[in-house]
Design a protein around this ligand. Structure first.
Ligand SMILES: Cc1cc2nc3c(=O)[nH]c(=O)nc-3n(C[C@H](O)[C@H](O)[C@H](O)COP(=O)(O)O)c2cc1C
Length: 268
């Protein structure tokens, strides 16, 4: 059985458990970082990797606790080990905190452009018209989140207010904006997704949570002057990074997944 040590910032071990308890440890610690005790076997690698992936979810309320620059750099460096066609590494990241992050928030919320009117003129994340089975899945996601928040199906103003929480990065201390050279093709966008996922998983390894945020993309005109993003770059999305506020109801929301049988075909 693999032993896991819950390490505090000073490196001391604040408790330990078996690999079966890993998920609970990952969920309950706030600042501590789980790590393998020295000399443990790595036979349970699959479990550790799976848990890092499975414990990632979109967190939509963060504590004000800061994430230090060394940690952000470490997460981004690890994430940049993502594969990319001919190793082109098409990602570009703008890390914002404090005043600059606030300027992005202000530029968007003071623009007077409501999310439903915002123009996805640089790239389209979603289909122009939703269709099945995606429409049902999308609705289930929306109702699930709003349900956790006690927002009824006709409470449009409350839904808007929740959507606007995107633009304060859900109160996370770190907000990242991701861009890509607009001359690049679809293949580089595949690469980009791997990079983004790596960031989110690497954050989990450090006791942190994330929320990827396409909501920023249609506001690229408001974001560009704040971060000096040239026209040659498309704003792909944003991402909140920080410590989860476990007291907030939106963070109790869990998404499900379609059973494997519905989307996999094995052939021999
Ligand atoms: C590229 C990308 C953009 C997303 N944009 C947003 C967003 O703008 N706001 C938001 O609250 N969630 C956003 N999400 C989170 C999805 O809603 C979420 O991943 C999905 O519902 C599955 O839930 P989970 O991440 O908790 O597993 C985004 C996810 C991805 C991958």
């Amino acid at each position: 059985m693999l032993k896991i040590c819950l390490q505090d910032f000073d490196g001391s071990c604040k408790g330990s458990g078996t690999n079966g308890e890993w998920g609970r440890l990952v969920e309950t610690r706030v600042k501590g970082r789980p790590m393998l005790e020295k000399n443990t076997r790595i036979a349970d690698e699959a479990e550790i990797v799976d848990e890092a992936i499975l414990s990632r979810r979109s967190v939509r309320a963060f504590l004000p606790d800061m994430v230090d620059d060394d940690t952000i750099r470490a997460i981004l460096s690890v994430a940049a080990r993502a594969p990319s066609g001919t190793n082109m590494q098409p990602w570009k990241v703008y890390v914002t905190k404090g005043e600059t992050k606030q300027q992005i928030t202000d530029a968007i919320l003071n623009s007077g452009i409501r999310a439903e009117k915002a123009d996805w003129d640089d790239y389209r994340y979603y289909p122009t018209q939703f269709f099945e089975p995606y429409l049902t899945r999308r609705r289930a996601n929306g109702f699930g989140l709003y349900g956790a928040l006690g927002i009824g199906r006709r409470e449009v103003d409350k839904m808007r207010a929740q959507h606007d929480r995107n633009f304060v990065f859900f109160d996370a201390p770190v907000g990242m904006i991701f861009t890509i050279d607009r001359r690049l093709n679809q293949g580089s966008w595949i690469d980009y997704g791997m990079f983004l996922q790596n960031i989110m998983v690497a954050a989990r390894g450090r006791g942190l949570h994330t929320c990827p945020q396409a909501a920023f993309a249609p506001y690229h005109r408001q974001i560009r002057p704040v971060l000096n993003i040239p026209d040659e770059e498309i704003v792909v999305c944003g991402m909140a990074l920080g410590h989860e506020d476990i007291s907030k109801p939106e963070n109790a929301f869990r998404t499900d997944r379609v059973p494997l049988e519905e989307w996999v075909t094995f052939s021999e």
